[in-house]
Structures are given as C-alpha cells and as structure tokens.
Design a protein around this ligand. Structure first.
Ligand SMILES: Nc1nc2c(c(=O)[nH]1)N[C@H]1C(S)=C(S)[C@@H](COP(=O)(O)OP(=O)(O)OC[C@H]3O[C@@H](n4cnc5c(=O)[nH]c(N)nc54)[C@H](O)[C@@H]3O)O[C@H]1N2
Ligand SMILES: Nc1nc2c(c(=O)[nH]1)N[C@H]1C(S)=C(S)[C@@H](COP(=O)(O)OP(=O)(O)OC[C@H]3O[C@@H](n4cnc5c(=O)[nH]c(N)nc54)[C@H](O)[C@@H]3O)O[C@H]1N2
Ligand code: SF4
Ligand SMILES: [Mo]
Length: 882
C-alpha cells in the first residue's frame, strides 16, 4: 500500500490526512498525526472521505450539447467562443465564476488568463458569498487581507468568543481543539454569540442568543465600554492606529449605553454587562467569526466592529489574541492569495493601485492588465441575465444552488449564449445549463496546494488512478489559453511550474511591503514541491520556517503603517419582517453534509444524521402558525417557496427559522433555500445577506405521505414532495402526494416498477386504517418497498433499511414488510446519531436507561458513540438530559 500525505478537501481547517489505495482497490483515509492543523484528528466528513470518491455519477469525458466529445474539439470550441466574444463585444463580454475549492495553481492560472490576457476583471468566485466581508474588513483595518492569528492562539487564549460561527459543525476539528484547551485549562472562558442554540453552545460558559443582525451594535457598545475602562491601550492607539476619534464618536452615538445596546440586541442588561466586563478584563482574547458576521448587507462593518475592539485594547499580534476569521472552503485563502476576487489583483496586490498593475503586467509580460474591478458575483449574474456576458465559464461551484435568488440565476444561465462548466460530477443543478461540460479531476486525483484559515499552505497530493478523461483544472484553463493565442505564457507542465511563478510574483519587488510573500519557493525543485511540508506564510529568506503570527511589530500594511479604526454605523437589515412575511429566515450548514452534496451526498454514513431538508422553528411560532413537529411545511419569501420538514425546537429563537443550504434539485423536489433569499449585498464587499430573509410558514397539506427504500437510485416524478438520501446498499425517499387512497396502489407501482409488469410484487392495503404497503422482491432479496398513509404515522425506517443488508429475505421479514412492524422490536436502532460508528438514537436511549448513564463518556465506553470525531457529543448530552 502506497501511503500519501494530503489534505482534506472540505473545510478551511485544512486537516492533513494520510490516504492509501490497496491493490484490491480499498481506500483508507486517516488523520495525519504530524499535521499541525489536526494532529491526527478528523471530523465525520474527513473520516468518510473514502466513501465519497467512487466513480458513480462522475463526469468523465468532455461533452458538447450533451454529447461526448474529445478534448481537442471541446477545448477548441471553448477557446473560439471566448476569443470571438472578446473580438466582437470586448473583454467585458466574457466572465469566469470560480471557487475556493480549486487548488491555488488552478486559481492562479484562471486569474492570470482573465486579468492579464483577456484583459478584464470579470473573474469572481464563490468566496464572494463566503469570505468577501472578512477580506474587506481586514483590508480596511490593516491595509491588507491578513489573518493575524494561528490555531495555537486558540490554545493560549483565556477567552474565546465564537460569534456567527457554528464551529462544532463547520470547523469540527478546531472545535475539538478548543474543547481540549478548555479541559486542560479550566480558566478558559468560551462565549458563543448566535441567535440559535447551536451544537457549539455545548462547550460555552455563556451563550448570548443575540437578535439576528445586531452584532455590530454589540461590538460598538463594547468599544464604548472599553473606551471608559482601564484596558484602553492609549499607547497602542496613538502609536499604531488611526481613526479612533471618529470611530468612538459614532459608536457612542449609535450604540449608546448598555441598556440601549441590550434592548437593540434583544439581550438582558446583565448579560451585556458581564460580557463587556469579561472582555475588558481578559487580555488574551480571540474573537472567532464566520458567516453569521460576514453574510449580511453590512457584513464588512460587522467585521470591523470586532477588529475595532482588538485595536482599542492593542490585543493583536501577540499569543492568544486577535480577530480570527475562520475560512470556509479548503482553499478560500489560496483564492485570495492569487487574486481570484474581481476586485483584487494577484499576490494580494490592489487592483486599483497603478504601481501594482504595472508590476503584475510586467511580471506576466501580458498584453493587458485589468484596470477596473470586474463584476462581483451577484452583479455578474445580473449581467449574464441582461445578455451582457456572452460566454460564462463556471469552475468547481454550483451557482444554481448557492447564489441568492436562484430562480433568477437559473434564468440567467438559461439565457446565456454559451455556458461552460468544469466539474467532477455529471449531474448538478448547474451542469444542466452547460453547453460544454469539462471533466475536472477531483480530490485524490489532483495535485497542488491549498491554504487553510491560519495561512498554512499544504500540499494536496494524488493517490488514485485518473478515471476516464478527467483533467486537472489548471491544465484545462492553460489549454484554452494556448488556443486563444497565449501559448508561451501558459506553457506549464506540472502544478509546480505554476507554483514557482506564483511564489516569484509574491516576492517580486516586495521587500516587506506586501503581506503575502512566499518567495522562498520561487525556485523550488520538483522534488522540493513534492515534499513540501505544511507552512504558514509569509515564508521568505527572512522567515524560512514561515510565520506563526502577524503584526508582532505593531506595523500594518497601510501607507502610514498604522491600523485603521473604522467608523461603524448602526444599520438594520436591507429587508424587514412584515405582516405577510413575519419570520426571519436564517440559512446555514449541518454537521455531515458539504454544500450542495455532490460528494458527501454519496456517503451513507454522512447521510444518516439528517436525512431530509428541514426548517427549525420555535414552539411558540409552531403554535401560532399551526405547524406540528415532523409535518411537511412550505416556507416562502416574496421570491419563491420550498417544501421541507418542520423541526420544532427551542434551540431556535421565537420569530426566527433556520433552513440548511444543502438540498439541491438532485436531492429534493423543492428545498433549495437559495431560491428564497434576496439579492441584497454589502456595498463594500458585495457579499449577499444570506442570514436574513423575511418568510412565512404554512403546513403543507398533502393527501398522502409515505416513504420508499430502493436498491437502485430512482427518478421520482409523481410525488409533489420527495427527498432522497443514501443508505447502506440502498436509497431512501421521503414522499408526499396528492392522489386519493384508491390511486395509491397505482402510484406505488409507478414509483417502483416503472413500466415492467414482470416483477415479484407483494402488497397489502389495510382499508380500515388506510395503510398501503408494498414490496418488490427479486431473486428472494428485497429490491424496494414503499409505505403510504394519509398521515405521518408511518413505520420506522431504520430497521427496514437493514433488510437490504440481507441476500435473502426470511419469512419473518416478509411478514414484517407487510405489517410494517419489525418482528423483533429491538431490531430498530433508530436514526443515526454517531456517524463514525453508526450508533442509532434508540440504541443510545435504551443504553442510557438500562445502565443509568449520566455522562457522554459513559455512553462512549459502552457504545463507542462520540469517541471518534466527537461531533455528536452535544446530542448525546441532549439525550442524557431528556
Ligand atoms: N459540515 C459543514 N462544514 C462546513 C461547510 C459545510 O457545507 N458543511 N462549509 C464550509 C464553508 S464554505 C463555510 S463558509 C463555513 C461556514 O461556517 P459557519 O459560519 O460556522 O456556518 P453557518 O452555518 O453558515 O453559520 C454560522 C452561524 O451564524 C449564525 N448567525 C446567523 N445570524 C447571525 C447573527 O446575526 N449574529 C451572529 N452572531 N450569528 C448569526 C447562524 O445561526 C449559524 O449558527 O463552514 C465550512 N464548514
Ligand atoms: N442560502 C445560503 N447560500 C449560501 C450560503 C449560506 O450560508 N446560505 N453559503 C455560501 C458559501 S459560504 C459558499 S462557500 C457557497 C458554496 O456553494 P458552492 O460552491 O456552489 O457549493 P459546492 O457544492 O461546494 O460546489 C462545488 C462544486 O465543485 C465540484 N468540484 C469538486 N471538486 C472539484 C474539482 O476538483 N474540480 C472541479 N472543476 N469541480 C469540482 C463539486 O462537484 C460541486 O459541483 O454557498 C454559498 N451559498
Ligand atoms: S475539520 Fe474540515 S478539514 Fe478537518 S476533517 Fe473535518 S472537514 Fe476535513
Ligand atoms: Mo463558504
């Protein structure tokens, strides 16, 4: 077995993994004990990587208009279309929409082609939806997009504030690190600021269930409080910062006294006072933030309201302190480094800066250099809709699901003259609109580098054979560039050739003037690149080992070398709840799925925790809007509606609902929450307001409800609601429809037997209670089964799912299929709570009761649940308390 050190392709923690492929084709993935991000730990997604690399559903050959094509013709066509659009309509008529999931080398080449050779700024990335407010906030404060901290700061801190970050589910390995730090140092205090009671609250000493959208007022209030405290660092303010007077004047004006802050933020006066006091008296404080801060129409101001509090106290550039943006995607940072955003230039240079334009153009020896910023994601798709963009090339992102107002985005894609999509998956909601599909290599196959949240560059290495004709993204882009007439400048043979150019540019005429500098690698050999060890930039002759912490000398990258206080005004969201749409919709992530599920959706382990799209709402709202737990509901905004399962829970604030982002049309009939969200963006960063949409909720009254389990993946047509999830050896579908009872049998046959009558079909219709059950049996094993009733009183799914493990159905199984009850009640282990060891809720509950367990550790000893990645520990505790 050939063991390869590489990096997990999911979140920005950037965990090192060791991957191997045995001769029998078995893939094994474990945590890399030597990687400084995770020291061997993995979360459920990383641990299940082997499950998600199968070739089913892969895009393996180029396609033009839905027909397989060879690379030569496909590349020629794409190059032709780009060149002729530029010739006839100018460089602004083409655009690239790329992704923080590309490797740095791919990203570098895409940016170079657009900004230097096509000569337009029209390359933007899904990082616009993700980190652009964090970028803009850092740039305004520091003059550069510099993350000051390291993960180690989490271990040296005495106070960690997690605001707008569900770390437990979205950066699980960092959550484990924080948890361990707290165990080792009971003095470490953790404050979670989130309108929801998330799994991250599990380790919090304090949960501030803030009113959605009011953090900037909280931090303005804190700034005012610190101004009057002994912790105000006058020396740092006068020597190392500018803009203090204006910022504090506005903070006082807009936040006011503690009482006013409390009422604005929907918190008690005491909790605000305690929080302010805690912050003031704790020097070592790290403020972690993510999408609950970034994804607002004033996201950039929110970021700066946090940074301001670190500047007034001088708490930056020293161990255990600083404003720390946790990045989302595996290479969100790499994308920023190469200038993948439409308003940035390569190597952290500023697009609006003439010297930088010259520097980059000379270095690239390019015919052009973008001098004006290009269109930001939301505006880019508006331009596509208006017909201004004639050729759009989408790489490694699924905008038909992930942008706001997806109905509009889909219309834009439909209208666009020529759409190219590079993806590794054949069927996504976006590939549907492609004129040309280009098969990208994906994790395990591709080679290059990524940068994680703490500026650490790590290699992603290949260890799998290349399936079909899949190619690396950098190769695809370079081949198109060559065909557009730029052969000489895109003549790369290996990712290393691109990396050294990128490294050289970062050091070119730098001399400490720019934060991003990896010039030590400007001439790294092929061998050196292959062996590259994880390292934090800047890494140059001065710091050959890399740099753990930034701004230790108190100097920043602004012209004056001083950090900037930013004046932050009080502002409410761009839209507002009203009579028709009385609830605030918050959108975000769940523990075991990654974005639009193109990869994690293939894993039975990862699909077991939460099997259906849902809306979480407070019991009072459920009562007011007559919604029952577990019923189907519609959630609608003024744009569209989705149908999802209701989960009634007091984790949610009254007046707020939460819908996860993951379910595209590939996994559910109508659950894409992006269709509800409006186009309001932050004026500075262009980041959309994903965390606030006024909506209403209503029970969805279907005539029948049901579910079916099937070995084969099915194409569900005749159900008004369906959602699918992968199980072990089968697919599970939750269903609802509008047919009356007399049509259920026909309906079931339609769903499971298509046109063939020649199947072994057993069915039972209980007329009295209106329960319909049927199973399709092939060669004595269960092929599929379906259960339908007029209400939600349906059999449990998990024991039925186990019948698919058997090669042969026992007589008892056949009976239980038709009675809808397991012959052995203990056979039903229930919904999976621990994804790592597949432990179900019924098993855990029973074990708690029988053994009188009181702690999660005891559950772990008996059932192993919670002992690997630990992500389910909050739920184990919840079960214990119940
Ligand atoms: N499992 C999993 N992990 C992931 C991803 C994934 O798809 N799945 N995606 C990755 C990516 S790309 C990203 S960007 C990160 C995102 O990581 P996070 O930002 O942690 O994730 P979200 O769920 O989008 O939102 C975070 C929290 O913000 C809260 N919030 C909403 N409004 C407010 C507010 O006004 N104030 C405050 N203080 N909080 C608020 C939400 O309730 C939510 O709990 O996750 C990364 N990790
Ligand atoms: N409502 C709402 N919407 C949101 C958010 C939210 O919180 N709320 N969050 C936003 C955020 S932070 C983000 S980051 C986005 C994420 O949204 P997307 O980027 O649209 O989501 P993914 O599913 O990660 O899409 C990645 C695509 O790249 C493909 N892919 C994987 N590897 C490769 C490769 O090596 N090469 C190529 N060419 N393709 C590959 C995958 O199959 C998939 O189709 O969603 C945003 N949208
Ligand atoms: S924490 Fe993030 S990088 Fe680490 S294993 Fe989990 S998904 Fe992968
Ligand atoms: Mo993201």
């Amino acid at each position: 077995m050939n063991k390869v050190k590489t990096t997990c392709p999911y979140c920005g923690v950037g965990c090192g993994v060791i991957a191997s492929l045995s001769e029998e084709g078995k893939i094994v993935v474990t945590g890399d004990p030597d990687h400084p991000a995770n020291f061997g730990n993995l979360c459920s997604k990383g641990a299940a990587l082997a499950d998600t690399v199968g070739y089913d559903g892969r895009l393996l050959y180029p396609e033009v208009d839905g027909e397989t094509e060879n690379w030569l013709n496909a590349l020629n066509l794409v190059a032709d279309k780009l060149s002729s659009a530029v010739r006839n309509h100018g460089p602004g008529s083409v655009a690239f929409y790329v992704s923080g999931q590309l490797l740095t080398e791919d990203y570098y080449v895409a940016n170079k082609l657009m900004k230097g050779f096509i000569g337009s700024g029209n390359i933007d990335t899904n990082s616009r939806l993700c980190m652009s407010s964090a970028v803009a906030g850092y740039k305004r404060a520091f003059g550069s997009d510099t993350v000051p901290c390291s993960y180690e700061d989490l271990e040296c801190a005495k106070l960690i504030i997690l605001t707008g970050s569900n770390t437990a589910w979205c950066h699980p390995v960092l959550f484990q690190r924080i948890k361990k730090a707290k165990r080792n140092n009971p003095d470490l205090t953790i404050v979670v600021v989130d309108p929801r009671k998330t799994a991250s609250v599990d380790i919090a000493d304090v949960h501030l269930a803030i009113k959605a959208g009011t953090d900037h007022v909280l931090f303005n209030g804190l700034l005012t409080y610190l101004d009057g405290s002994t912790e105000k660092n006058n020396k740092f303010i006068s020597n190392n910062t500018e803009g203090f007077d204006a910022a504090i004047a506005e903070a006082k004006e807009s936040a006011g006294d503690i009482e006013k802050v409390a009422s604005f933020c929907g918190l008690s006066k005491e909790s605000i006072e305690n929080f302010f006091r805690l912050f003031a008296r704790t020097e070592r404080v790290v403020t972690v933030y993510s999408q609950g801060i970034n994804q607002w129409s004033n996201g950039t101001d929110r970021v700066n309201s946090i940074i301001n509090c670190h500047l007034i106290t001088g708490r930056i550039g020293r161990p255990g302190m600083g404003p720390f943006s946790f990045t989302g995607q595996p290479n969100a940072m790499g994308g920023r480094e190469v200038g993948g955003l439409s308003n940035q230039l390569a190597a952290h240079m500023a697009l609006e800066n003439k010297d930088h334009q010259n520097l980059v153009q000379t270095f690239w020896q390019s015919p052009y250099i973008a001098k004006q910023e290009g269109l930001k994601a939301v505006d880019l798709f508006k331009a596509v809709h208006e017909g201004k963009i004639k050729v759009l090339w989408i790489m490694a992102t699924n905008p038909a699901v992930s942008l706001p107002d997806t109905e509009f985005v889909r219309e834009a894609l439909e209208k666009c003259e020529f759409v190219v999509v590079s993806d590794c998956v054949r069927e996504t909601d976006t590939t549907k609109y492609a004129d040309v599909l280009l098969p990208g290599q994906t994790w395990g196959e591709r080679d290059g580098t990524v940068t994680n949240s703490e500026r650490r560059i790590t290699r992603q290495r290949s260890f799998l054979p290349i399936p079909g004709d899949a190619k690396p993204d950098w190769w695809i882009i370079s081949e198109v560039a060559k065909r557009m007439g730029f052969a000489e400048k895109f003549n790369y043979e290996e990712p290393r050739d691109i990396f050294i150019e990128h490294a050289a540019l970062s050091g070119h005429k730098n001399n400490g003037r720019r934060d991003f500098d990896i010039s030590l690698f400007s001439d790294v050999s092929y061998r050196g690149y292959d062996d590259l060890e994880p390292v934090q930039w800047p890494v140059n002759r001065k710091s050959p080992e890399g740099t753990e912490r930034m701004f230790v000398d108190g100097l920043f990258f602004t012209p004056s070398k001083k950090a900037q206080f930013i004046t932050v005004k009080a502002k409410t969201p761009a839209s507002n709840v009203n009579e028709n749409y009385p609830l605030v919709l918050n959108t975000g992530r769940i523990r075991d799925q990654w974005h639009t599920m193109t990869r994690t959706g293939k894993s039975a382990i990862l699909s077991a925790h939460i099997i259906e799209p849902y809306v979480e709402l407070h019991p009072d709202d459920a009562h007011q809007f007559k919604v029952e737990n577990n019923s189907l509901v519609t959630v609608s905004s003024d744009k569209a509606e989705v149908i999802v399962r209701a989960v009634v829970s007091d984790s949610q604030q009254k007046g707020n609902v939460f819908v996860p982002i993951h379910w595209s049309h590939q996994f559910a009939s109508k659950a894409g929450v992006g269709s509800l969200v409006g186009n309001n963006c932050d004026p500075v960063s262009g980041q959309p307001e994903f965390k606030y949409t006024p909506v209403k909720i209503k029970t969805y009254n279907a005539k029948w409800f049901g579910f079916l389990l099937s070995r084969r993946k099915l194409d569900i047509k005749n159900a008004t609601y369906w959602s699918s999830s992968k199980g072990h050896g089968m697919w599970r579908y939750e269903l609802a429809g509008d047919e009356s009872a007399e049509d259920w049998a026909a309906c079931a046959r339609d769903l499971l037997c298509t046109k063939s009558d020649d199947v072994n079909w057993v069915e039972y219709f209980d007329q009295a209670s209106l329960r319909y059950r049927a199973a399709r049996i092939e060669n004595d094993h269960l092929e599929s089964c379906i259960f339908i009733g007029p209400d939600l009183n349906l059999p449990e799914r998990d024991w039925l799912a186990k019948l698919f493990d058997n090669d042969q159905l026992e007589e008892a199984d056949r009976i239980s299929l038709l009675t809808g009850k397991p012959t052995d009640p203990k056979a039903d282990s229930g919904r999976v709570i621990c994804a790592c060891f597949g432990v179900g809720i019924n098993t855990i509950k029973q074990c708690i009761v029988e053994n009188k367990l009181t702690t999660a550790e005891e559950i772990g000893e008996l059932l192993k649940a919670g002992t690997n990645c630990g992500s389910c520990v909050p739920e184990l505790k919840q079960l214990l308390s119940e």
